[in-house]
Design a protein around this ligand. Sequence first.
Ligand code: TYM
Length: 406
Amino acid sequence: MAGEVENNLIELNLNQNKDDIVDPWTVTSSNETGIDYDKLIKRFGSSKIDKELLDRFEKVTGKKVHHFLRRGIVFSHRDMHTILTNYEAGKPFYLYTGRGPSSTSIHLGHLIPFQFCKWLQDVFDVPLVIQLTDDEKTLWRDLSLEEAHKLAYENAKDIIAVGFDVEKTFIFSDVDYIGQRPEFYRNMIRIQKCVTFNQVKGIFGFDDSTVIGKIAFPAVQATPALSTSFPDIFKDKKIPCLIPCAIDQDPYFRMTRDVCPRIGFQKPALLHSIFFPALQGAQTKMSASEANSTIYCSDTPKQVKNKINKYAFSGGQATVEDHRKLGGNCDVDITYQYLKFFLEDDDKLEQIRKDYSSGNLLTGELKKILIDILTPLVQEHQKRRAEVTDEILQKFMTPRKLHVDY
Ligand code: TYM
């Protein structure tokens, strides 16, 4: 067995840091500032995104890096230098990301990888495939196959509303696509042949009573990292893949990276983001199944306002007098943390940080700034989503040649 799985990933469940748990199903920390991402990088064996990589990004693309990269929101990578080297040499790559459709609407946290993918797609002008794992959600959740499949199509509308280029993006439901293209299934089998039950037990914490659908599922999430799974787009060409996602999905791709060279494919590269925290605090991530900790992209302005005012954990002091004297703590303040994700202007953000830390800005005022940013963001998202007709949806979700030259 190649080293990567052996060294890094079997340890995931066996060797969780006592404080932080990060896997595809659970993200918790006992620290109020949230997950210790530096420790996580070490544990997972990925690389920190440093200044050198950011400078290279800017040099190669000629564009200022996205504020997610500038602010350490996209903080870790695997093989990103290789992607940039290839890109400089005029060699193509494609993007792959996904969503497990478990709710009718996506939430603000889901926007992070998708907004970032859109930026990457625009900057590099590359094709993007988006996997909707309706199969995963029916296996893990109390959802029928039909319900999960329906949610996949609902979520696809939200994803399209992020602004992807229809000529360069293919969105697919596993339940539909795997039966349509034997090339995908063949690659799945090639991957399944390389991974033992013992390995997935170690990686994903499966045990003897786990249903076999779950045991086989990691191969399904690995398969889109093999370009030949999409013959309509790539024919039979082996094109390198770059996967942007939050770091909870990394176990799937450590497994994928272990298998790829053994079946004649290049390992996929990765860009990892941190988690958009729950309203109640950075100890957990925003999650679709926790309505009160989550701002959905379908929430009304009133809901957005109420949720922030009522639930957003404050790093401010108990009284106005104390706050003026002692100032607020931006490291734990959820309102400030959300601004880091969604307020693009670096100078404004820095001014807010100074004013809040010094006590000039009160918690209520800080919350109002956030509400004034998130309300139009959510409303515009809803408007774009409403414009996604059945025809547009069908186009994105039909296997087809994309406008790319290979
Ligand atoms: P899912 O539906 O849990 O999440 C979809 C994407 O959003 C990221 N994410 C978050 N990012 C920031 N803050 C949060 N609070 C937050 N919650 C979720 C996830 O990391 C993911 O990138 N099994 C996957 C679906 C999938 C996939 C993929 C994801 C299939 N293939 C390839 C990424 C890349 C899932 O259930 O994602």
